[in-house]
Design a protein. Structure first.
Length: 179
């Protein structure tokens, strides 16, 4: 009898722990919306736009820096070893690339992007297409950027970018292309 009473008590206790809640789930990923989605997307768009210049124009190298915190890191993973640069080093290297390769136009545009945000931090995974027009040859590449952003009193600004490009054995999956 003691065993039956103990067994019944255990069943009742366990049943009480597993009752379904009638409360709606509010922290589910299925109902989450990024509070500053448009502002984050605009900050990334502005960073892309700052790199772009048309034939006959000269890139505004100083304007590129305005979309990044002064301590920003830009990490290029296209080769076997990641190349880590500050924003000043990146702008210097970009300028050297443009001038040495006699690049006369450069376009970098987002194909698809998705934001995540918690408070004053955000990430945007962004697939992109870059087109380099130079006197030597034209190059088109597709890749994925991972932008990290912080919210400042004046708005969202990039604190770092990590990127890789398509290459043999590495294609951008449909997930990153919005498919």
């Amino acid at each position: 009898m003691k065993k039956l009473l103990l067994y019944t008590t255990c069943i009742i206790t366990l049943s009480a722990c597993h009752t379904k809640s009638t409360q709606p789930v509010t922290d589910s990923a299925t109902v989450y919306t990024v509070p500053d989605d448009e502002a984050i997307a605009k900050a990334v768009h502005d960073a892309y736009t700052s790199l772009t210049f048309k034939k006959g124009d000269t890139p505004n190298y100083e304007a590129i820096k305005t979309h990044f915190i002064p301590q920003a890191q830009l990490i290029n993973c296209r080769s076997d070893t990641a190349q880590v640069t500050t924003i000043n080093q990146f702008v210097y290297l970009f300028r050297s690339f443009v001038e040495a390769d006699t690049v006369y136009a450069y376009t970098e545009k987002e194909i698809f992007g998705k934001n995540e945000q918690f408070g004053k931090i955000a990430e945007r995974i962004s697939s992109y297409k870059a087109i380099v027009n130079s006197k030597k040859k034209d190059i088109t590449e597709t890749g994925v950027n991972s932008f990290q952003l912080i919210k400042t009193p004046t708005g969202w600004i990039v604190s770092s970018i990590i990127w890789d490009v398509e290459k043999k054995g590495l294609k951008v999956p449909g997930y990153y292309l919005g498919k």
